[in-house]
Write a protein that binds this ligand. Structure first.
Ligand code: ZN
Ligand code: ZN
Length: 265
């Protein structure tokens, strides 16, 4: 059993309306020991969406941590939207706050959000996916101020087929994983994929390759934006990890990783 959700959003993220207290309360009700909030911070997102009032977020998180003390552990995290040229800005931001955990994610490719149909309409399926992976490679070579890279094949959920053959991108995927591992960073299993593409991000091939290449750090997150989705499909995450040869997952406190074995209860 996995008892820590390390990818969640509350109303401090501009695409969620759920109060932070409700997110943490849901984690307690679902029997989690730990929930890490990872609000969006995407500088340069078009229109200024996905900025974060970090001071207000931290103050509320500390209040909720206190209120739920003894019921569930509430950790202070962030999901940074990475683009390679933002590296200095993101490093400065991350250094200003005492985060427990930082996810680095690709939400924009060449300034465009693949969520919008124009992205795949202009690039086509194969190039749209390839360009996404290329941008991740540039990002992980430019910036290492994160703990795990988020939802590595997230772009697929917006592709016309909503599926892909990872072997077609094998070299690119290997380069990304090697760059992440060489810098002492990890990846996540993100169960929001289950409802969108039928399995958690990333695809089993990527998870196996990560293990084969010596990858060790791995967190599990629901990417919940409301209380009902906290820890959703965690059985699928555990199955995917076990199939790839992992018998543990990681939790982070103060940016330090701890290894937690799957519990058999
Ligand atoms: Zn994300
Ligand atoms: Zn997220």
């Amino acid at each position: 059993m996995i008892t820590a959700d390390f990818h969640t959003h509350s109303s401090f993220s501009s695409d969620s309306t759920e109060p932070l207290l409700e997110m943490a309360g849901a984690a307690a009700e679902k029997g989690l020991k730990t929930i890490c909030l990872t609000e969006h911070f995407d500088p340069d997102y078009p229109g200024g969406e996905f900025l974060l009032d970090t001071a207000a977020y931290r103050a509320e998180l500390m209040r909720v941590r206190e209120a739920l003390s003894g019921r569930v552990e509430v950790l202070f995290g962030v999901e940074l939207g990475i683009m390679d040229y933002l590296a200095p800005k993101l490093a400065e931001y991350a250094g200003e706050w005492d985060f427990d955990f930082i996810i680095g994610s690709s939400h924009l490719v060449d300034g465009k959000d693949p969520y919008y149909p124009e992205y795949f309409e202009s690039l086509g399926s194969r190039n749209g996916i390839l360009r996404y992976f290329e941008s991740i490679l540039a990002n992980v070579r430019a910036f290492d101020g994160y703990d795990v890279y988020g939802h590595l094949d997230y772009v697929v959920r917006y592709s016309p087929e909503r599926s892909y053959e990872p072997l077609d991108y094998r070299e690119m995927i290997d380069e990304i994983l090697k760059a992440i591992i060489a810098r002492g960073k990890g990846i996540e299993v993100n169960t929001a994929g289950v409802g969108k593409i039928g399995y958690p991000h990333p695809n089993a091939f990527i998870l196996h390759r990560y293990k084969e290449l010596g990858g060790e750090l791995i967190t599990v997150g629901s990417d919940a934006h409301d209380r009902t989705r906290v820890a959703a499909d965690f059985d699928r995450a555990q199955a995917a990890l076990e199939a790839a040869g992992f018998d543990y997952y990681n939790v982070f406190r103060g940016r330090k990783a701890e290894f937690v074995k799957f519990q058999t209860n």
